[in-house]
Structure formats: C-alpha cells, structure tokens
Design a protein around this ligand. Structure first.
Ligand code: DC
Length: 227
C-alpha cells in the first residue's frame, strides 16, 4: 500500500476485534496496534505498585514515569514485554475500571495518535473511531451478541485448559459492556460513518471478506450495514 491508510475498529469486549485486525494487518502489510493492551499494561502497573487510580496525585506520578509501547504485536511496559501477563480476568476488570479515568486516557490517546499519524495502521479499541483516529479512512464497529461473545471467550479458556463458568463469563462481559458504554470519558459509541459488522452468525473468513470489500471499495458487503 503506497498511500497512508488508517483503519479504525471499535466494538465491545470479545467481538473478535483483535483476531480480525491482526489478520487484516498481515494481509495488507501494515502495523496493528491493540490499544486495549495498552490500557491493560497500565492496569498491570497499577496492580503491581498498589496505586489507587482514584488518588490523582499518585496516579499523575505513576503516569509521568510510565512508558507504554506497542511494537511487533507485543505490548511493552517500561521496556518489559508484558503481552501474556495482561490476559487475566483480574487485569480485564482493572483495565475496564481504570480506563474511565481521564488522565490515563489522555496519556494513551496521545501515544496512539502519534503511532497513527504518519503511517498506515490498523487500530482497535473503544474510542478509535471517535477520538484517536477520527480522520481514519475506514471505520468499523465490530460486534456480536453477548451470548456468542461469552461462548467464544469460554472456548478460549477451555483451549488453555482453564476452568470457567459460562454464566460468569457472560456476566463479566455484560458488566464491562455497561461500563465501556456508559463512562463519561470517550464512551464506546457507533459513529455515523462507521460500518457496523455483526459477527454473531459469521465465520472469521466471512467477517474478513466483508471488511476487505469495504476497504478495497467493492460493492459486495453483504452481512454488514452502513450505519
Ligand atoms: O479490548 P480490551 O478488552 O483488551 O480492553 C481492555 C479495557 O480497556 C476495556 O474494557 C476498555 C479499555 N479500553 C478503552 O477504554 N479504550 C480503548 N481504546 C481500548 C480499551
């Protein structure tokens, strides 16, 4: 790709954003940035240091001495690769709660905008179409029913040999959905110019096909609805 193309994807937890974004990025030969991983890295630092994110002074001090980077599919916290440490239910919960705080959002949005300024990228999260890359050439809202998202998460746990209660997974997803869509700072919403893709009844290949047809300017985008 010669000209700069930015692809912004928002959507609720477990909709398959990162799976799809990674595949699209490798097909298009552009970088993928998982902004959720960056919020998770901050949550890990809060947890490790025992910092209360509602303590403004302590938080400001922590943020001033924190470096978060996303490179080569991995997230780095102060230079340490924390990619696998951030995939726990405890960090999911703390990332969702602490991402409501303006100081954390401002720091990460600035870093993410710098990453998407001068090169082609695909970025996913909750505020990419609205706040981080509102000027993106392509915007998508990827979603699926809460039952299907819980089913997919439970499958991931099962594949890792971890025990899980599907009703609990569903309740956790619903709680995160509520917080991500109702917070004061940059809540998850669907912009007028986003293409909504509901993946409940679609395979990964079908979702990819729909999105690629929009990106490549094709007409056949059945399964998606322009919002
Ligand atoms: O996409 P994820 O589940 O890894 O994200 C973890 C949390 O981070 C999510 O519950 C909300 C927050 N988040 C956000 O507020 N803005 C983003 N752009 C990405 C994630």
């Amino acid at each position: 790709m010669n000209k700069i193309v930015r692809i912004a994807i928002d959507g609720p937890a477990g909709a398959g954003k990162s799976t799809i974004a990674k595949m699209l990025a490798s097909e298009l030969g552009i970088d993928y940035i998982d902004t959720g991983a960056m919020y998770r890295a901050i949550a890990l630092k809060l947890l490790r240091s025992g910092t209360d994110y509602s303590d403004e002074e302590a938080l400001a001090e922590l943020l001033a001495s924190t470096d978060v980077d996303f490179r080569g599919g991995k997230v780095f916290l102060d230079g340490e690769d924390v990619s696998s440490l951030i995939r726990t239910p405890e960090i999911s919960e703390l990332a969702s709660a602490s991402s409501t705080v303006l100081a954390i959002r401002e720091k990460l949005v600035e870093l993410q905008q710098a990453m998407g300024m001068r090169r082609s990228v695909i970025m996913d999260g909750r505020d990419i179409t609205t706040k981080v890359l509102p000027f993106a050439e392509h915007k998508f809202y990827l979603t699926a029913s809460v039952e299907e998202r819980a089913r997919r998460r439970a499958l991931e746990f099962a594949e890792k040999g971890l025990p899980c209660d599907i009703e609990q997974v569903k309740a956790d997803i619903e709680a995160r959905d509520y917080r991500d869509t109702h917070r004061k700072n940059s809540p998850l919403t669907i912009t007028e110019d986003s293409v909504v893709v509901d993946s409940t009844d679609l395979s990964i290949e079908e979702v990819l096909g729909v999105m690629k047809s929009y990106i490549e300017g094709g007409e056949d985008a059945s399964g998606a609805e322009a919002h």
